[in-house]
Design a protein around this ligand. Structure first.
Ligand code: OGA
Ligand code: MN
Length: 293
């Protein structure tokens, strides 16, 4: 299925309820605003966009991403690209001193980015420079995306009624850490800068008005006004529901891919099934978002 929305731009929905491949556009170019608006409409509608065979300088990635909103500068300063703080390096590669050149363990549990903030990121743009492969040539390090709007749609009317108006507590300080994580524990100061926040369990997309689940095990530690045990049970149940196979788009990476996702309508998960000398290197830009409603 292919919908022609301009002479060269093609939006090809992937065979799952979320995701579309955008063909016929070279992101290194200064793209016409009308075409950019069509890309943004596809982003809002499909939640994950895939562009293949791109070649981007940091400046070009920053310019493309900047169309969707101001870009964030990540708190992990050690992993920002020299001279381009808008770019967060995501990588398992180590430098001569043995230090990781990028964030080695991004996203190894299901999550949406920075939901523990008042204003979580709208989304991110990941550009693949190096992708690890198995000895048989199969790409490794896939990223999985779950569509939380179709997952919401499929809830029972009783469940929808029960969740209406509820707020979940998102906690950076108390969230579950990835087992064996090599990341430093948060300092007192970092914890003070990231107090717990409550967001609607069901959020309404700011551009499309579509409802989506916005709650998941790990970072959500409770639901306001609900006993903790019951809340954790419900959070776990809703998370399991969101990550059912029918809501998942699994991205198998190729060098030159650009993938962008919408944190208001997806969860995502990295697959840590590779290790050096299998190298993974991506450049990430992150778009500011608003308060979830
Ligand atoms: C991220 C993230 C997943 C991946 O950058 O926010 O979760 O597969 N990345 O690198
Ligand atoms: Mn992430």
């Amino acid at each position: 299925m292919s919908a022609v929305v301009s002479e060269e731009l093609r939006v090809v929905p992937l065979n799952v309820p979320i995701g579309a491949e955008i063909q016929g556009v070279d992101l290194s170019r200064d793209i016409d605003r009308g075409v950019m608006r069509q890309i943004e409409a596809a982003y809002d509608r499909h939640s994950v966009l895939v562009f293949r065979d791109q070649r981007l300088t940091p400046e070009q990635q920053i310019r493309f991403s900047g169309f969707f909103g101001p870009l964030e500068i990540h708190v992990l300063k050690a992993y920002l690209l020299q001279g381009h703080p808008e770019i967060l390096v995501v990588s398992n590669i180590r430098d001569d001193e043995g230090r990781f050149i990028g964030l080695p363990d991004a996203g190894q549990t299901w999550h949406t980015d920075t939901s523990y903030r008042q204003k979580p990121s709208r989304g991110s743009v990941l550009y693949a420079l190096e992708i690890p492969h198995a000895p048989d040539g199969r790409p490794l390090g896939d990223t999985l995306f779950a569509g939380t709007a179709p997952a919401y749609d499929d809830l029972s009317p009783e469940m929808k009624a029960m969740l209406a108006g509820k707020k979940a507590v998102h906690s950076y300080g108390r969230r579950k850490r990835v087992p064996g994580s090599q990341r430093a524990k948060l300092t007192r100061e970092q914890l003070d800068q990231t107090p717990d926040v409550a967001h609607p369990v069901v959020r309404t997309h700011p551009n499309t008005g579509r409802k989506a689940l916005y709650v998941f095990s790990g970072e959500c530690t409770g639901i306001e006004g609900m006993p903790e045990a019951r809340a954790l049970e419900l959070i776990a149940e809703l998370t399991e529901h969101c990550i059912r196979p029918e809501y998942i788009y699994r991205h198998v990476w190729r060098r030159g891919d650009v993938v962008m996702w919408d944190n208001a309508a997806t969860l995502h998960l990295a697959t840590p099934d590779y290790e050096l000398p299998q190298r993974r290197l991506l450049h990430r830009t992150t778009i500011e978002g608003g308060v979830p409603r």
